[in-house]
Design a protein around this ligand. Structure first.
Ligand SMILES: *[C@@H]1O[C@H](CO)[C@@H](O)[C@H](O)[C@H]1NC(C)=O
Ligand SMILES: *[C@@H]1O[C@H](CO)[C@@H](O)[C@H](O)[C@H]1NC(C)=O
Ligand SMILES: *[C@@H]1O[C@H](CO)[C@@H](O)[C@H](O)[C@H]1NC(C)=O
Ligand SMILES: *[C@@H]1O[C@H](CO)[C@@H](O)[C@H](O)[C@H]1NC(C)=O
Length: 686
């Protein structure tokens, strides 16, 4: 800092900024010059733009603040103009001042403010270098340090939010200072915390003799459910001493802006026989939530996740911070149906749109859900329903019903059970919508677990897993299943079951056409497992197919699997067409046509993915029966049917060392067709 600048007081600097902000031309020339001459000009300019006129006048009008700035060393936290515009209610200037000068490096965890009773300010330093004072972030480049004319060291930090201390309502005739969390709960009725009342929870705390938890010195995070969350009359009796422990994060003061999202924090209820964590997360609309996760439960405390919206957060108390939440954590006392119904009264609730869509569809789905016993729902988030294609679908009542059913599993399926099903493979799970299966995949990415689920062509990500209810789970997902949003090409490229077929199509330019949105494809895609089977059956054919030099062959084989027509053919369509013709049907492909029979067969499915009764589709091609592993994967420009074996024969690739020219290959193809015809003739006449 140049010595000229050092000599001016912080107050003078503020005044200068004020003058510049109000009227650059009339500003005191000397100070403007000093600012202009400062080596860090960009900082000076930014400061001039950011320093709020209002805060300066508040400082000046407050006798204590004014004299502190003149007479004492200090640190001042100055909110930006933008912060003031967002702020409502009175501003407590002295809560922004402390009488120890501290640069960013010198800031200590808990700082007594200059306000009456010295209520604390809490400093959080994040891993990425961000520093917060309570819920306000310090803008790092704008800190100014100087010595005033009396030789007092003073530091000014610019912050992005006004600091709000805990105060009483104006109507309360009581003076009080610096309450701890216990006093906060006791006095809640006369505190400035909106309409929130804490009587139900407070009386449980007293009943369970947990007062001392809320009185304990140090810095903790207290999550306190408001009375609104106890409308269900039996609920407060479930708040026992363990549940109360689960609402407190000891020795960690977490303000929401500074909180690491989705990072589980150990609660006071974390011991050998009961393990409860709490984490913070934010919805896209900016709403903050907490969720408890009972990792290890007991008879009274079931495992699973409970979500609670923060209705009023970041209330500083003497021993930490309080967040008021809309319902108690850990308590699982409603059914899936009741949980969904709870969004009826909650305009901004996480599943409000899902609930509305179900009700607009007639509400039968909700009745079905309540009759199913154990159940798991994949619930699309509010955002998921905004997509244009989804909006169009909502008008089609019958289709929507099928789609909703695709989100319902008749089983209690949490992440642990998915993981068990999922050892190195993709778990397949039947839904209430007959013949639609869901496929789960769990992946580690940068140390974070990512769960995806695919249904009817849509690959959705699980945003919030394991929201526990008495009869099952709700997983919140980011897309509506069954409403396609990718082309056939994009699907092939990303689906873990179709990677070999994608790879084969890349050898030649075969795949390019599959992104054409003007076309309607029906593509029979052999899954990776299917190609592996051919490796056993026809090793040399398989080997050649997967060599780029033989791309001509792979291309002609893939062409056989790709039906190009004006419409797509669902499996049901193909069954109906086969039934109507009484025999095989011909489907148009690029070169000629594909002759198949498609039928339904009942049986037992048992393989590495799943084991259950099912009605499946079977394709008969060239006397071979091929199971349809995953029917009707819808895409924006077509439909994919994943099959268990390619339509392939050994003689498809009968070359040594090189590929046949086109003519020879057509010749082979022709002779194949001829042989099929002869064989068929013989077969039919036997
Ligand atoms: C604030 O202090 C300055 C002296 O540093 C004085 O000139 C000014 O009048 C004071 N303002 C008020 C409102 O007391
Ligand atoms: C689904 O299949 C079951 C038994 O196979 C049948 O009773 C039920 O009606 C089917 N539901 C739909 C919606 O087709
Ligand atoms: C969803 O797509 C991603 C790639 O984008 C893939 O890694 C994941 O396995 C897919 N999930 C399922 C269940 O198919
Ligand atoms: C396919 O088309 C979409 C637009 O419809 C485009 O965003 C995408 O990049 C294309 N993919 C390829 C591989 O060409």
């Amino acid at each position: 800092m140049p010595s000229a600048f050092r000599r001016c007081t912080l107050q003078a600097a503020l005044l200068a900024c004020l003058c510049v902000a109000m009227s650059p031309l009339r500003a005191s020339a000397s100070i403007v010059e000093k600012l202009r001459d400062d080596s860090d000009l960009s900082q000076a300019t930014t400061l001039r733009r950011l320093i709020p006129v209002r805060f300066y006048s508040l400082l000046e009008q407050n006798i204590i603040a004014n004299s502190t700035l003149t007479l004492r060393p200090c640190t001042v936290f100055v909110p930006t103009n933008a912060a003031f515009q967002r702020h409502h209610g009175p501003t407590h200037v002295l809560y922004h001042i402390t009488t120890t000068p501290m640069t960013k490096d010198e800031l200590i965890k808990v700082i007594p403010s200059d306000m009456g009773g010295n209520p604390s300010l809490y400093i959080t330093k994040n891993r990425n270098g961000d520093i917060y004072v309570n819920n306000a972030r310090i803008i790092p480049s704008l800190t100014v340090e100087m010595t005033n004319s009396l030789g007092m060291r003073q530091v000014m930090h610019i912050i992005d939010e006004v600091l709000v201390p805990l105060t009483a309502l104006p109507t309360a005739k009581m003076e009080f200072t610096n309450l701890d969390a216990y006093q906060f709960m006791k006095q809640a009725d006369i505190l400035d915390i909106g309409e929130n009342r804490l009587r139900s929870y407070r009386s449980q705390v007293t009943l369970m003799r947990k007062d001392n938890l809320y009185q304990s010195p140090g810095g903790h995070t207290f999550l306190i459910p408001v009375d609104e969350g106890f409308k269900q009359t039996t609920r407060s009796s479930l708040v026992d001493n363990k549940v109360i422990d689960g609402h407190v994060i000891l020795n960690n003061v977490i303000f929401t802006a500074a909180a690491q999202m989705e990072v589980p924090q150990t609660t006071a209820a974390f011991e050998d026989n009961l393990k409860v964590t709490v984490s913070f997360f934010k919805q896209k609309d900016g709403k903050m939530y907490v969720k408890s996760n009972t990792l290890l439960g007991d008879a009274k405390h079931p495992t699973g996740v409970v979500l609670a919206e923060i209705v009023k957060g970041n209330i500083p108390v003497r021993n930490g911070v309080v967040h008021l939440i809309h319902r108690p954590l850990m308590i699982i006392d409603s059914t899936v149906t009741q949980f969904l119904q709870s969004f009826k009264d909650n305009e901004n609730g996480a599943l409000r749109k899902f609930y509305d869509v179900i009700m607009d569809n007639g509400g039968e789905v909700l009745t079905d859900i309540s009759n199913l016993g154990e159940i798991t729902i994949l619930a699309p988030s509010n955002d998921a329903w905004e997509a244009k294609d989804v909006q169009n679908l909502i008008r089609n009542r019958e289709k929507l019903r099928d789609i909703l059913n695709m989100h319902i599993i008749k089983d209690k399926l949490n992440v642990d059970r998915i993981r068990q099903k999922n050892k190195n493979i993709i778990a397949q799970v039947p839904t209430v919508n007959n013949r639609t299966f869901l496929y789960f995949n769990i992946k580690e990415e940068n140390g974070e677990e990512m769960i995806t689920v695919e249904g009817g062509g849509v690959n959705a990500t699980v945003l919030q897993a394991d929201v526990a209810q008495t009869n099952g789970y709700v997983h919140i997902i980011d897309k509506v299943l069954g409403v396609p949003y990718t082309t056939v090409l994009e699907k092939l490229e990303t689906d873990p079951m179709m990677s070999d077929t994608f790879k084969l199509g890349q050898f030649s330019a075969f795949n390019n056409q599959l992104n054409n949105t003007q076309r309607r494809f029906t593509y029979f895609v052999p899954r990776d497992k299917a190609w592996q089977k051919t490796k056993l059956d026809y090793p040399s054919t398989h080997k050649k197919l997967f060599m780029e030099d033989f791309s001509y062959h792979s291309r002609s084989i893939l062409e056989r699997h790709l039906v190009i027509a004006d419409n797509v053919y669902t499996m049901n369509d193909l069954v109906a067409m086969t039934a109507a013709s009484g025999d095989s049907i011909l489907l148009p492909t690029y070169r000629d046509s594909l002759k198949v029979k498609v039928e339904e067969e009942a049986g037992h499915l048992h393989d590495e993915y799943a084991s259950h009764e099912w009605t499946g589709y079977v394709i008969t091609w060239n006397f071979k029966k091929i199971n349809v592993y995953r029917p009707d994967v819808e895409c924006t420009n077509g439909i994919i049917h994943v099959i268990d074996y390619p339509m392939l024969e050994e003689r498809d690739v009968v070359v040594n060392g090189g590929s046949y020219p086109l003519g020879t290959n057509l010749c082979i193809l022709f002779s194949n067709i001829l042989m099929i015809a002869i064989a068929k003739f013989l077969f039919l006449n036997n």
